[in-house]
Design a protein around this ligand. Structure first.
Ligand SMILES: Nc1ncnc2c1ncn2[C@@H]1O[C@H](COP(=O)(O)OP(=O)(O)OP(=O)(O)O)[C@@H](O)[C@H]1O
Ligand SMILES: [Mg+2]
Length: 306
């Protein structure tokens, strides 16, 4: 699908307040896999650890970063991007970002700075993936205000389930108060071992829960557990130290195979939603409104515009 300035953009926040669950690995490799399919993709690194930037070999330089973008949203994303591949760009983070939480607190629109920078209707990307830090602070709030959808990378452990309910509650609050189109797209199981009975039980619990929520008016009523789960694969842990995604480092390793298939699912559900919107004769502007109600198996529902 051609991408032009008026094309709808799917903005996905990779969010989990728990550390080390696979947010950055999923952001970088899912983005690279979507780009490999010929779609234009932007990563925004919102983590002061700058792991996504380092993963793609972007070192500290004197160019503007996401820090500058948050303080001067009007400067535009184009000023801050580094090109990684033909279809893949990143707005990197820098360690100065650690101070952003306190500095941004002085602004009335402190939660909406990133939204202002990326939702200007002229972004030359079809997918934007936001790598959140492992905390529920202003940086994560900026991601949730700018995104239409949340993807939750997690491991299938019993204790992680409690973290997910806290996370869903947060997304619900942001949807109620800051971003009415926000929804949870689903869970990506990372470092997954499908053989243990424990992980099977946790996945079954998650699926039962989401099924029970289908008719609810919540932000997670159309959420799913994405397939395939991403297997534990040492190549995925190795590639950041080479500044490469898995597709440059080990393109046929199990980690690459899994992220490639996941990207196909994510792209296909977006194409289905756009096709459904076009079939119902919506204008580009209406499709933009609709972007928050994307559902994988059901036709998207338009929010009332009365
Ligand atoms: N499928 C996988 N197989 C093997 N190692 C993995 C896999 N996914 C992630 N890792 C490794 O696990 C560690 C944590 O992953 P990652 O950095 O993506 O988590 P994170 O949620 O972004 O962490 P943080 O909360 O600190 O930002 C990293 O060393 C990463 O290389
Ligand atoms: Mg990370």
């Amino acid at each position: 699908m051609a991408t032009d300035a008026s094309h709808p953009v799917r903005v996905l926040a990779m969010m989990n307040q728990k550390g080390g669950v696979g947010k950055t690995t999923t952001t970088v490799n899912l983005a690279a896999a979507i780009a490999e399919q010929g779609r234009r993709v932007l990563i925004v690194d919102l983590d002061p650890q700058a792991h996504a930037s380092l993963h793609l070999g972007v070192e500290d330089d004197d160019q503007p970063t996401v820090y500058d973008l948050l303080f001067e949203p009007e400067m535009g994303v184009g000023e801050c991007v580094r090109k990684i591949h033909a279809n893949l760009d990143i707005v990197p983070a820098e360690t100065d970002l650690a101070a952003v939480e306190t500095e941004l607190a002085a602004y009335g629109d402190r939660n909406a700075r990133l939204a202002k920078a990326i939702n200007d209707g002229s972004l030359p990307y079809e997918f934007v993936l936001l790598d959140c830090p492992p905390a529920l602070g202003l940086l994560t709030l900026n991601a949730l205000t700018a995104a239409q959808e949340v993807i939750i990378p997690m491991q299938a452990h019993f204790l992680a389930l409690q973290g997910v309910s806290k996370l869903l509650e947060t997304v619900g609050l942001v949807r109620d108060q800051l971003n009415p189109v926000l929804r949870v797209a689903g869970i990506v199981l990372c470092m997954h071992d499908s053989q243990t009975s424990h992980s099977k039980e946790v996945v079954a619990d998650l699926e039962r829960f989401f099924e029970s929520q289908r008719a609810s008016p919540t932000a997670w009523s159309s959420a799913r557990v994405y397939r395939p789960a991403i297997r534990r694969n040492i190549k995925l842990a190795e590639c950041p130290s080479f500044g490469q995604s898995i597709f440059d480092y080990a393109p046929w390793a199990p980690g690459a195979v899994d992220y490639r298939k996941l990207a196909e699912t994510i792209v296909a559900e977006w194409d289905r939603a756009l096709a459904a919107a076009k079939a119902s004769d919506l204008s580009e502007a209406e499709i933009r409104v609709l972007r928050g109600s994307l559902a994988s198996s059901k036709p998207p529902m338009m929010p009332s515009t009365d």
